[in-house]
Ligand binder design. Structure first.
Ligand SMILES: Nc1nc2c(c(=O)[nH]1)N[C@H]1C(S)=C(S)[C@@H](COP(=O)(O)O)O[C@H]1N2
Ligand SMILES: [Mo]
Length: 300
C-alpha cells in the first residue's frame, strides 16, 4: 500500500472544503513535496489517521451475509459482482439497465478520506475511491419532477445466507432527498485504499454519505430510482422510532436505546477513550444548509 505518508495529517489535509485531488497535488507540489503517495484527498480536515484495510474489511455490517461483524468478511465473497448491472429508472431522461462499465464511463474517480459513523456508535476513517453521485445523476438526466433518489441492493438468495433471517425486509433499500444526493460530498464508492471494493464493503459499488449514519450508505447497488415521493428505507421499516429517513449524525439526538454523544473508534484499542461525536459527523460546514429551518429532532 502506498498510503503511508511521512507528512503529518495537517500537512496533507486541505483547510477548505471541496478541493479536488488535482488541486491538492498542486498545493503539495508548491510545498516542494512533489507527488505525495499518501492519503491526500480529504474534503474536510481530519484529526485521525485512516483505519487499516484490515480493520475496514473485517468489521462490517452487511446483514445479507449475517448479523455478526465478521460474517460479511466470511461470506460476502460469494456475491457474483461480474457481470453487474444497475437499473436506473423513474424520473430520468435516460432510464435503462446500465452495465457496470457503461455506468462508470466518464465518471471521475477520486480518493476521498471520510469519517464513517455507524448508528451503533462506533466509527472509522475510510479512504474511499469513487465518484460523486451527482455526476452519475447528471449523466442520466434528472427530470424536474424528481425529489428523491431510491436505492436497492442486490437480492441473491443463493449467495446471501443472511436473507434467511427476518431481521430486515429484503432487498435492503435506502433513499436520499435529491439535494442530499446531489451534494458534492455524496459519493458512489468503487474502492478503498486504491483497491476494488471487497464484497463485505459493498462490491462492486455502494453509496457513501459521510454526514449520515452508516446504514444510509447502502451496499451492492442494483437499482437507482428517481421519484417524487420519500422512498421507504429498510431500517425505518424495521423500526420507525429508532431509525428515521434522515439519520443525520447528531450528538444531540440520542437513539432511544443509547447515547449518540460519543463513539468508539475501531482499532483504537480496548482502553482508548471514546471520542465526542460531531454534528453531521464533522461535515456541518458543508451540509448544515441542507436542513435550514428543519427540526432535526423531529426529522431524525
Ligand atoms: N445492503 C446493505 N447495505 C448496508 C448494510 C446492510 O446490512 N446491507 N449495513 C449498513 C450499515 S449499518 C453500515 S454501518 C455500513 C457498514 O459499511 P462497511 O461495512 O463498509 O463499514 O453499511 C451499510 N450498508
Ligand atoms: Mo451501521
Amino acid at each position: 500500500m502506498g498510503y503511508k505518508s511521512k507528512l503529518s495529517w495537517a500537512d496533507v489535509t486541505p483547510k477548505a472544503a471541496y478541493l479536488n485531488r488535482r488541486q491538492i497535488m498542486a498545493g503539495a507540489a508548491g510545498l516542494g513535496l512533489g507527488t505525495i503517495a499518501g492519503p491526500v484527498a480529504a474534503e474536510v480536515p481530519l484529526d485521525r489517521e485512516p483505519n487499516t484495510l484490515e480493520q475496514i474489511t473485517s468489521y462490517n455490517n452487511y446483514y445479507e451475509f449475517g448479523v455478526q461483524k465478521e460474517d460479511p468478511a466470511r461470506y460476502a465473497h460469494r456475491l457474483t459482482t461480474d457481470p453487474w448491472s444497475v437499473v436506473i429508472d423513474g424520473m430520468v431522461d435516460k432510464p435503462g439497465t446500465y452495465d457496470l462499465a457503461d455506468l462508470l464511463d466518464g465518471m471521475d474517480i477520486e480518493e476521498r478520506i471520510y469519517r464513517f459513523r455507524c448508528v451503533e456508535a462506533w466509527s472509522m476513517v475510510i479512504p474511499w475511491n469513487g465518484f460523486e453521485l451527482a455526476q452519475l445523476l447528471t449523466k442520466v438526466g434528472v427530470q424536474p419532477s424528481a425529489k428523491y433518489v431510491a436505492f436497492e441492493t442486490a437480492l441473491r438468495p443463493d449467495e446471501m445466507p443472511g436473507l434467511r433471517s427476518p431481521v430486515l425486509d429484503w432487498p435492503y433499500v435506502e433513499g436520499l432527498r435529491l439535494d442530499e444526493a446531489m451534494h458534492p460530498l455524496t459519493m458512489i464508492a468503487t474502492g478503498i485504499y486504491g483497491e476494488s471494493l471487497l464484497g463485505q464493503n459493498g462490491a462492486p459499488l455502494r453509496l457513501v454519505v459521510p454526514w449520515k449514519y452508516g446504514f444510509k450508505s447502502i451496499k451492492s447497488i442494483e437499482r437507482i430510482t428517481l421519484t417524487d415521493e420519500e422512498p421507504p428505507t429498510s431500517w425505518n421499516k424495521a423500526n420507525r422510532r429508532e431509525y428515521g429517513f434522515y439519520s443525520n449524525v447528531n450528538p444531540n439526538v440520542d437513539h432511544p436505546r443509547w447515547s449518540q454523544a460519543s463513539e468508539r473508534v475501531i482499532g483504537a484499542g480496548f482502553f482508548a477513550p471514546r471520542i465526542d461525536t460531531l454534528m453531521f459527523n464533522g461535515y456541518a460546514d458543508e451540509v448544515a444548509g441542507l436542513y435550514t429551518g428543519m427540526d432535526l429532532a423531529k426529522f431524525y
